[in-house]
Structure formats: C-alpha cells, structure tokens
Ligand binder design. Structure first.
Ligand SMILES: [Zn+2]
Ligand SMILES: [Zn+2]
Length: 200
C-alpha cells in the first residue's frame, strides 16, 4: 500500500480521534497554499497563516473550530498603492473518519464510501489521512480565504485615487487641478494628434 504523503499541512490527530469527547488545541503557523486570490488581492504562497482553535472528536469524525489569520497582499483599486493586511476568519469544519481514498486504501467495503463520496462534493468535508491519524488543513485554509477575500481593496475608504489626466496621487495632492476643465478637450486633442500622425 502506498504511504500517504505528509505535507506541511498535516496535523497529528490520532490521539483525539481515539474516542469521542477528546479535544486537541492548535496554535501554530502553516504556509499559505497556492491558489488564494491573485496579485490584485491575494495571499502569497508560503506566507504564514496562523491557525488557532481546537479539534473535538465526535462519533463519526473531528470538528475543527477556530480562527485562521492570513496576511493579505493587495493593490489599492484606486491609487495602486501596495497594501498588506491581516484577514482573520472564524471557521467550523468537519473532518469525517470515513474518507473515500482512505477506505479504498484500507480495503473496507464500499457501502459507506459511496454515501460519503456524495457528500464530499458539497465541499464542506475535509480530509483525514492515514486512517484518521492526521488532519489535512490545506484545503480548509485555501477554501476559507478564497471565499473571504474581496475582489478589490482600497487603501482607505475615501481614497481619492489618481488624477485621470496625469496620474498624480490625489491623496498626496488634494488641491491638484489642471487648467483644462472639460475632459472632452483631452479626447479632442488626442484625436487631433492621431489624425496628424496618419497624415504623415
Ligand atoms: Zn488608494
Ligand atoms: Zn493631474
């Protein structure tokens, strides 16, 4: 039987899983998995994600409740300045003992496997590896922040953005104005320049 590959995201939970009513506290950092957001708003792969909470064993699995905190890097949607903020998300996740891959590996009958496989598609279940010895929290970290991150962020709610004519930062130069009052003049000037170029 192939050994399960343990990763940076596996947490030993064999003891808490030995019988219902056990608790294991977690307070440590894990590297952010790939695929959370993008360069506009995202968590860089490998950035430290703090996981604080506990695993509680019930009859058919482990429940994790806690807070995941990740450093989010973003670019202000109005003024392009780089932002870095911590996002903290409350999570509750279920890690069932019956796991499709695990059951197949262990050679158990498929009856339970089919039921669980249907539920897994809901995306609310997270994997236990090696017959319930380890919890794999990589998908939980990814799902949590992929869902939590906004598509855009602002450096501050009233960010004034950049001057549409010259790109000056209007937060730094609130009094910034151009002599041309009507922006349509700009469009006309551009058109004129274009026509002149074509004539050459
Ligand atoms: Zn801004
Ligand atoms: Zn300007």
């Amino acid at each position: 039987m192939a050994r399960i590959q343990f990763t940076d995201w596996t947490i030993p939970v064999a003891q808490v899983g030995s019988r219902p009513g056990q608790t294991k506290e977690i307070d440590q950092e894990f590297p952010a998995p790939e695929g959370i957001g993008d360069t506009i708003v995202g968590v860089k792969p490998g950035a430290p994600v703090h996981v604080a909470g506990q695993f509680d064993s019930i009859v058919d699995g482990l429940i994790f409740t806690g807070t995941l905190t990740a450093p989010v890097d973003a670019v202000c949607a109005r003024c392009d300045v780089d932002l870095s903020r911590d996002f903290a998300e409350q999570v509750t996740a279920f890690f069932p003992y019956e796991n499709k891959g695990e059951d197949l590996a262990a050679g158990k009958d498929d009856e339970e496997t089919e039921i669980i496989a249907g539920e897994e598609e809901s995306g609310d279940l997270y994997p236990l590896l090696d017959n319930g010895s380890f919890a794999d929290i990589e998908p939980l970290i990814r799902d949590t922040f992929v869902t939590a991150l906004p598509l855009q962020m602002l450096c501050r709610p009233d960010c004034k953005g950049l001057c549409p004519q010259c790109g000056a930062d209007l937060n730094e130069e609130p009094a910034h104005v151009h002599d041309v009052v009507d922006p349509r003049f700009d469009a006309l000037a551009a058109l004129k320049a274009q026509l002149e170029q074509q004539e050459k």
